[in-house]
Ligand binder design. Structure first.
Ligand SMILES: C[S@@+](CC[C@H](N)C(=O)[O-])C[C@H]1O[C@@H](n2cnc3c(N)ncnc32)[C@H](O)[C@@H]1O
Length: 306
């Protein structure tokens, strides 16, 4: 967006409706990449505008034609300009993201929450997991803590460990644990894989790094704002997952299950271990590449995960 367009926007936009119309055009024309919480240019514009106006998502539509203050227009136009020129995802510009209907603080120390695991958490993992059997949960590679915190809501009687190798990510995670008042139920722990963690857990969840080298090299600019540690996992994207599969059975309780997101790397998983009976979830709201194995299966195939 050039200086002229910026100045013209400041001089002419008056209402939220004007702002949204203008921003949608700009975001679409500049082909910003979505996928960090919204999948539509209009929603992306709306997220930025509601943030500037300190208004909730269910704001009365009558507000659309209210007159904005010049400072509000300036703040909004400035955010759209940054969204376009820096390619910073909207969630990092607003510092907020939603997961399982819960709000989380986010910044570039953590991946922006978007895992399809949300759908499973909202359903309490039923019918795949018996809720009365879930006393301890581990969310490995917790980032913002979104999965761990949503699990604490789904299993109010369970203790949840939220682990990450990144101390910076854990700072954000601890803020989110406090934001949700879950200090008694969710514990943030620094750990490289299982090193230093003490189980066993009835449910181990992970949305680990799983982007392969080729995909990393081609990532759109928006994704380069996220920590590389949260995305890259070796040549075939399976470095973390391979280790998790090998080590998980030693840390699961009898009858415990491991549920892992591998996204587009699902094909590589199937190709690497064709004999392993991975159970792949289907999602009503979209998303793919999440598998489940129980402890017995992990033990049976352990020697394959090399
Ligand atoms: C894809 S992000 C997932 C973040 C969060 N669970 C979510 O779904 O939004 C992966 C996370 O794994 C962490 N991670 C990377 N390598 C790790 C390791 N060896 N041990 C533990 N965590 C690791 C990263 O720091 C990052 O926070």
């Amino acid at each position: 967006m050039n200086e002229n367009e910026y100045r013209q926007a400041l001089a002419t936009l008056e209402t939220p409706r004007d702002c949204l119309r203008w921003a949608e055009t700009v975001l679409r024309r500049e082909q910003v990449v979505l996928g960090h919480g919204t999948d539509d240019f209009g929603d992306e514009a709306l997220a930025l505008l509601l943030h500037v106006l300190h208004l909730p998502w269910d704001t009365d539509p009558r507000m659309l034609d209210a007159r904005l203050l010049p400072a509000e227009v300036e703040a909004f136009v400035g955010l759209v300009r940054r969204r376009v020129s820096e390619r910073t995802p909207a969630a990092y510009l607003t510092g907020r993201a939603w997961f399982c209907g819960l709000e989380f603080r986010v910044d570039p120390r953590v991946l922006i929450p978007r895992s399809p695991l949300a759908e499973l958490v909202e359903q309490g993992f039923e019918p795949f997991v018996a809720p009365e059997r879930v006393h301890r949960v581990l969310d490995m590679g917790t980032g913002s803590g979104c999965i761990a915190i949503a699990c604490a809501h789904a299993f109010p009687e369970a203790q949840v460990d939220a682990s990450d190798i990144s101390e910076e990510a854990l700072e954000v995670c601890r803020d989110n644990i406090a934001l949700h008042g879950l200090q008694e139920q969710v514990t943030a722990v620094r750990a490289d894989g299982f090193e230093g963690l003490s189980g066993p857990w009835d449910l181990i969840l992970s949305n680990p790094p799983y982007v392969d080298e080729q995909e990393m090299a081609a990532l759109p600019a928006e994704y380069r704002h996220e920590p590389e540690l949260a995305l890259a996992s070796g040549r075939d994207g399976l470095d973390f997952t391979r280790r998790l599969l090998r080590e998980a059975p030693d840390h699961l309780s009898d009858g415990g299950v491991l549920i892992v997101e591998v996204g587009n790397t699902a094909e590589a998983v199937e190709a690497a271990w064709p004999q392993v009976p991975f159970f792949w979830f289907e999602f009503a709201r979209g998303g793919h590449g999440v598998f489940m194995l129980d402890r017995d299966q992990l033990l049976e195939y352990r020697n394959e995960f090399t």
